[in-house]
Design a protein around this ligand. Structure first.
Ligand SMILES: [Ca+2]
Ligand SMILES: [Ca+2]
Length: 325
C-alpha cells in the first residue's frame, strides 16, 4: 500500500493529461464499486445445480413443458411438476412438496450493504380465495441462519400462466452477513386440485443495492397471505367436538367462538408436525376421519394448526391435538 507522501510525489511527477486520465480511471472505478446493479449471482439453469431438489423439482430438458412457452431456444428452467406428455401436473397421491436450492455455493455478500433479487416465473395452480393452497415460495437465509420467506403466491392469487418478471422491488439489508443462499419451495398443502401445470422459475439474479433502499429481512416480504408472516395469536382458541356422521363414521368439528371469524383453515398434521391435509370453511370446519376420495386417517392422536381470518386479518393458532376413531 502506498503511503500518502509517496503518492503525492508521484502525482507531481505526472503531466496534466496523465493526471486527468488517472482521475477518470479513479472515478470510473469508484462508480463501479458503488453501482447499485452489480450482479452478485445469476442462475439460468444452463449449468449444473449441486442440489437436485426434493419432490418434483427438476430442470427442464430441451423440449420444455407442454403448455409453457419456452424462455428461449433450447433454454432450461426449474420446474415443480411432472412432464406428462398430454397434461403436465403435480397431482400425486396426497401432498406434493419439494425444495430446490438455487445457489450451488453460498453467495458472497460480504462487501454489500443491501441486495435485490429478481427472477422470472410461470405459475398455474388451483384457484381458491378462502385459504392458501399450492404455495410457491422463495426463501433466503443469511449466514446459514434459518430460512425466511421472501416471496410467496398461493391459490389466493390468480395464476397468470405466462412468464412474469418479478423485479424484487424491495432491497434487503445484509446486516453484515457474509453469505446468502436462495431456495424455492412448492407446497400443495393437501392432495386436492393438483391437476395443474405448477410452477417454473428461471433467471434468478441477485444485485447489490444501495443501503438507503434496503429494508430489514424481517420486513421484506411480498405475498398474498400466510407462510412465515401470519402472526400467532394467543387470544384465540379452537373448540373440538367429536361428531358421528350419518354413515356412522366419525368426524371432528373445529370451531372458534371468537366473533368476526370469516374463514377457518384447519391443517391436519402427523405427530412429527408435518401437515398433510387441509380443509377450509367459514367459522367452523368439519374434518371426516374417513374420506373415500382423500384420506383415511389412522385411529389415534393427530396434531392440527388453524389459520383464521378475523375481521380481514390473518392469524394462526399454535399446534393442538385431537383424536381420530
Ligand atoms: Ca434458463
Ligand atoms: Ca391444490
Amino acid at each position: 500500500m502506498l503511503d500518502a507522501d509517496s503518492s503525492v510525489d508521484r502525482l507531481w511527477m505526472m503531466r496534466p493529461t496523465h493526471i486527468l486520465a488517472a482521475l477518470v480511471v479513479v472515478l470510473v472505478a469508484g462508480w463501479g464499486v458503488s453501482a447499485a446493479d452489480v450482479v452478485l449471482f445469476e442462475q439460468d439453469f444452463k449449468g449444473e445445480l449441486t442440489d437436485s431438489g426434493s419432490g418434483l423439482w427438476h430442470v427442464t430438458d430441451a423440449n420444455g413443458v407442454l403448455g409453457v412457452e419456452l424462455v428461449g431456444a433450447n433454454d432450461h428452467a426449474a420446474y415443480f411438476g411432472m412432464q406428462d406428455a398430454s397434461a403436465p401436473n403435480y397431482d400425486q397421491d396426497g401432498l406434493a412438496y419439494g425444495e430446490l436450492l438455487l445457489t450451488p455455493q453460498p453467495i458472497d455478500i460480504s462487501g454489500c450493504a443491501a441486495f435485490r433479487i429478481s427472477f422470472d416465473y410461470w405459475r398455474e395452480v388451483e384457484r381458491f380465495a378462502g385459504g392458501p393452497f399450492d404455495e410457491a415460495r422463495m426463501e433466503i437465509r443469511l449466514d446459514r441462519d434459518k430460512w425466511r420467506t421472501l416471496w410467496e403466491r398461493s391459490s389466493m392469487t390468480d395464476s397468470r400462466a405466462t412468464w412474469t418478471t418479478e423485479l424484487g422491488s424491495e432491497a434487503i439489508l445484509t446486516d453484515d452477513a457474509d453469505t446468502l443462499e436462495i431456495r424455492v419451495v412448492f407446497d400443495s398443502v393437501d392432495g386436492r386440485f393438483n391437476r395443474h401445470i405448477g410452477w417454473l422459475i428461471d433467471n434468478v439474479v441477485v444485485r447489490a443495492a444501495p443501503e438507503d433502499d434496503g429494508v430489514e429481512l424481517s420486513e421484506a416480504w411480498s405475498g398474498d397471505v400466510p407462510g412465515a408472516k401470519i402472526p400467532e395469536a394467543e387470544d384465540v382458541s379452537i373448540r373440538i367436538n367429536d361428531v358421528q356422521l350419518k354413515d356412522s363414521t366419525h368426524a371432528t368439528e373445529f370451531a372458534c367462538d371468537d366473533e368476526g371469524i370469516e374463514w377457518t383453515v384447519v391443517m391436519v398434521c402427523n405427530l412429527s408436525g408435518k401437515c398433510f391435509w387441509t380443509r377450509a370453511e367459514g367459522s367452523s370446519v368439519l374434518v371426516p376421519h374417513q374420506s373415500d376420495d382423500e384420506y383415511r386417517m389412522l385411529p389415534g392422536p393427530h396434531l392440527f394448526r388453524a389459520i383464521l381470518r378475523r375481521q380481514g386479518e390473518w392469524i394462526r393458532t399454535g399446534m393442538g391435538s385431537f383424536f381420530t376413531h
